[in-house]
Write a protein that binds this ligand. Sequence first.
Ligand code: PNS
Length: 166
Amino acid sequence: MDEKRNKLAVYPGTFDPLTNGHVDIIERGARLFDRIVVAILVNGEKDPLFAADERKELAVDVFSSFSNVEVETFDGLLVDYAARREADVIVRGLRAISDFEYEMQMALMNRRLNRMIETVFMMPDERYTYLSSRLVKEVYALGGTITGLVPEIVETRLASKIRRGG
Ligand code: PNS
């Protein structure tokens, strides 16, 4: 890694939808690295609530005032995408010990696939340690409040997607 070159980080995920936990990690990444790309996996979940382009549109809106945050969709192997972008680092958030095993497996597999790209883990604010996109969708669908857990635009968009019960 050339020490003088700008450091580019890739923050990959499904982001179905973007939560304030993701936002927290992206803001930390934007302070730590010269540039950070939010890389949205197109075909990760079998039946995503938001299409990849919608997930992208939401993230673009949330980070419109950040000059060093970019949003893209990707498909295929993450390390191949990261190499195409000439990224130095893959950023992942670690919320709790329960995340660790899966994250370590992915980080070591990604290292085996491409030794040039390091995975860096960051912890979100403790307010978000229990937060996940899956729980947000479930709680919202069942009539629970998710205010403060997702950006406002995501909450508005959920309202147009999910008919609430509960
Ligand atoms: O938001 P998620 O579901 O935790 O993100 C998982 C993601 C997108 C980082 C992971 O599924 C991924 O990298 N998928 C791309 C395909 C790939 O490279 N698989 C091998 C990972 S070791």
